[in-house]
Write a protein that binds this ligand. Sequence first.
Ligand SMILES: Nc1ncnc2c1ncn2[C@@H]1O[C@H](COP(=O)(O)OP(=O)(O)O)[C@@H](O)[C@H]1O
Ligand SMILES: [Mg+2]
Length: 240
Amino acid sequence: MIAINKVNQLYGGTQILWDLDLAIEQGSCTCIMGRNGVGKTTLLKCLMGLLPISNGEILLDGEPLHKKNAEARAVAGIGYVPQGRDIFPMLSVEENLRIGLPIRKQRLKMLGREDDSAEIPEKIFTLFPVLKEMLHRRGGDLSGGQQQQLAIGRALVIEPNVLILDEPNEGIQPNIVRQIGDVILKLNEEEGLTVILVEQKLGFARRVGKEFRLMEKGRVVASDKMANLNDALIRQYLAV
Ligand SMILES: Nc1ncnc2c1ncn2[C@@H]1O[C@H](COP(=O)(O)OP(=O)(O)O)[C@@H](O)[C@H]1O
Ligand SMILES: [Mg+2]
């Protein structure tokens, strides 16, 4: 469903991604793993259209995605939860969630579905009840874990086909890590949402991921089912 072919990316004169190839199947839950600085976040930003690629191609169901801007990619169904969450601290929870509604409107139109984009979908509050309780609080007043739930909720407002999460559990208390894992599993297994997850924590990756892709120096160096992520690979590409 997503094919990244021979992608190169440079920050100024420094090349970060090198002829990177990556294939993601529809309905899969794929963990992108690798040590700090190998280019995981850069890859996700290229996929979302937040960074330009120098060459190569990114295809969604065979259609070139790399020529579209980030907004058009969201309309095409890519939901993105950035590393560090990036919610708007001065806006309320409700306002943060509403930001996705214009994209939802465009997407529902494209899908030929009824336009219900006047309101935040109730499903978001079913998945994350705390967001309903906190609806009128400022984003910046939420705990780290609640902000992460808000960032995931905001990405789900657009009704994505593909949900990209960049280290959603960084600096979050264990009970919320578990809740976030439950939500990802539910969306992937019950609704068939395709998930691409950057995750450093092995336990979480194994619980939630069905596939892994290991990165080193801006390339994907190993791809397999999660069950085949063995100690040798962990030592070579993950251990610090
Ligand atoms: N805005 C930027 N400008 C220049 N270099 C960057 C920028 N962001 C990241 N880098 C560099 O790109 C490399 C990959 O970073 P990143 O994609 O964030 O890695 P990861 O997410 O795997 O930790 C690192 O060497 C980092 O220093
Ligand atoms: Mg990163």
